[in-house]
Design a protein around this ligand. Structure first.
Ligand code: MG
Length: 551
């Protein structure tokens, strides 16, 4: 780990000593001998951690720390205060000024290195979210400039693992000052059970239990999916320093030494709770803003912006998979008349149900996006012309043969759809060009009387070519592609929304909320499609159908 450490101390030999220790552990070391220099270097060189002396002439360590934490550019950098003072009041003051830890001189090497490594690791996680926040900012949605110090630390849910009740009672009493909801347990086993049932903001683990090793519990909590990101505060004694260092290595966030000073406990708990809440906020802001930016709020489908980027990736993948891609451009017939006759509310009802039906009739890894208005695009990877045409006919039937439920006097309204299709097998084709091929056919389908599918190079898909589920499955098997869900039984992974879900304001901005689209996992994360590809999309050289087009 070649993390960058900024060492700040007014006594040069102290600086040199720490520099030597850290360099021998392969850290990059920056140094400063006064507060103003430290602030300048921190802002310019973005260290991963600052080791800060408290007693300095002029600007002391507390002030430097406060300034670092109040500057958006440096607020996320962990600060460890280092001092000869051992008074608990100073430790608390350091923590309240935003320091992540407080170490006493002379420095215990093991404690120092474990602390530095653990804080650097934590920072990496936060950094990742900060990078994503920056990306999301480019979409112009996220609020910026927040930092962990602005989070509330009150009313946290804390789990205390401690076999001596007089110790846990002291914790409960102390944390009551912040209105924390504290649950004490006597063993690791009980802790594991409770942590599966509750969302804790912090777990404290005693390293001095009679019957068990608290480190074992720390390790378990770290590796468990549900508790992995819950901060852990170890409680130990001076002579446990080696084990505390080990605990920090395996992922505990902090520790406190017995006899526990109440103010220090409170300060350390607050620091951890704030940091957890900050990280959670970064994550949810990020997801929210991406969803806003990349999905269509009415239908929950991805929007044109996402389609363009993601379709580009799928196209680039043709070179590797050597399997053609189907592009369908779908446009609801005479939609303007619907809007003009019944109003936009009814139009919107139809758009939503239309989107749901399309998603239900496609495979989990097909991509559906709303281009705009009443125009939709479906991208069908790993398909061939015969199956793609069948898919297109199925979509057309599923729209035209079943009326939509709408809030008009009749309650039902039938709409049809025109579809233009293209099979793309050229990895060098541009996104716009690929879409245009399908769009040209859509235009033809409209001109030719609507309610039909036309494919580039093949012309109109004749309804009499339509196959039943069984025939289509046979065809798909012969062609080595995955068939769409059967007509009589749409895939229930994409069951339509319940009215309750639909009315939830929250849902409309989440891509996967769309219920209708289990296939559309996180926009920038790996999609089901990516997974399917890596799993079984390897081209079969024996299969003569790979690039063959039907006659
Ligand atoms: Mg000093």
């Amino acid at each position: 780990m070649s993390a960058r450490v900024l060492v700040v101390d007014d006594i040069l030999p102290n600086v040199k000593l720490l520099e030597a220790k850290l360099s021998s552990e392969y850290f990059d070391v920056l140094t400063a001998t006064n507060g103003p220099d430290a602030l300048e270097i921190a802002e310019r060189d973005a260290p991963d951690i600052v080791l800060l002396d408290v007693m300095m002439p002029g600007m002391d360590g507390f002030e430097v720390c406060e300034r670092l934490k109040n500057n958006a550019k440096t607020a996320h950098i962990p600060v460890v205060m280092v001092t000869a003072l051992t008074d608990a009041t100073d430790r608390v003051r350091g923590l309240e000024s935003g320091a992540d830890d407080f170490l006493s001189k002379p420095l215990n090497d093991t404690a120092l290195m474990a602390r530095v490594r653990s804080l650097v690791r934590l920072k990496m996680t936060v950094d990742e979210w900060r990078i994503r926040e920056t990306t999301a900012n480019q979409f112009g949605i996220m609020d910026t400039g927040s930092n962990a110090m602005m989070e509330s630390a009150a009313e946290a849910k804390v789990l205390i693992v401690e076999d001596k009740t007089f110790e846990s009672d002291k914790f409960i009493e102390t944390l009551d000052r912040d209105n924390d909801m504290v649950m004490p347990v006597l063993s690791g086993e009980q802790a594991i059970i409770l942590s599966q049932e509750h969302e804790f903001d912090l777990i404290t683990v005693s390293l001095n239990m009679e019957q068990e090793d608290g480190l074992r519990l720390v390790s378990h909590l770290r590796s468990n999916e549900r508790t992995r990101s819950v901060p852990i505060l170890m409680v130990g004694m001076e002579e446990d320093m080696k084990r505390i260092a080990q605990g920090l290595e395996i992922g505990a966030h902090d520790y406190i030494l017995r006899p526990v000073d109440r103010n220090e406990l409170l300060a350390r708990v607050r620091t951890q709770v704030r940091r957890k809440r900050y990280q959670e906020r970064l994550r949810s802001n990020y997801e929210h803003s991406l969803n806003m930016a990349l999905t269509d709020s009415l239908t929950g489908l991805f929007n044109r912006r996402y389609l363009n980027v993601h379709f580009g990736r799928i196209l680039a993948n043709i070179a590797e998979s050597r399997k053609p891609i189907g592009v369908l451009m779908l446009d609801i017939d005479n939609f303007k008349i619907v809007n003009d006759t019944y109003g936009h509310n009814v139009g919107d009802e139809i758009l939503k149900q239309f989107a749901d039906r399309i998603v239900q009739r496609l495979r989990s890894f097909d991509l559906v996006a709303r281009q705009g208005g009443e125009e939709f695009v479906a991208i069908l990877p790993d398909i061939n012309p015969k199956v793609a045409m069948q898919v297109s006919e199925r979509l057309r039937k599923s729209i035209g043969e079943e009326p939509f439920k709408v809030s008009t006097d009749e309650g039902l309204l039938t709409c049809t759809v025109s579809i233009g299709g293209a099979i793309i097998d050229d990895p060098n084709i541009a996104v716009e060009e690929a879409l245009k091929k399908a769009d040209d056919c859509l235009y033809e389908a409209k001109e030719g009387g609507r309610n039909q599918s036309i494919f580039a190079g093949y012309g109109r898909v004749k309804p009499e070519m339509y196959m039943n589920d069984e025939q289509l499955e046979e065809l798909a098997e012969a062609e080595g592609v995955i068939p769409p869900p059967p007509m009589d039984k749409p895939s229930d992974v994409s069951a339509p929304k319940s009215p309750a879900e639909e009315s939830s304001a929250d849902q409309s901005v989440r891509p996967q909320a769309q219920d209708s689209s289990s296939q559309q996992s996180s926009p920038l994360g790996s999609t089901q499609q990516d997974q399917d590809r890596s799993a079984d999309a390897a081209p079969d050289p024996q299969d003569p159908h790979h690039f063959s087009m039907p006659e």
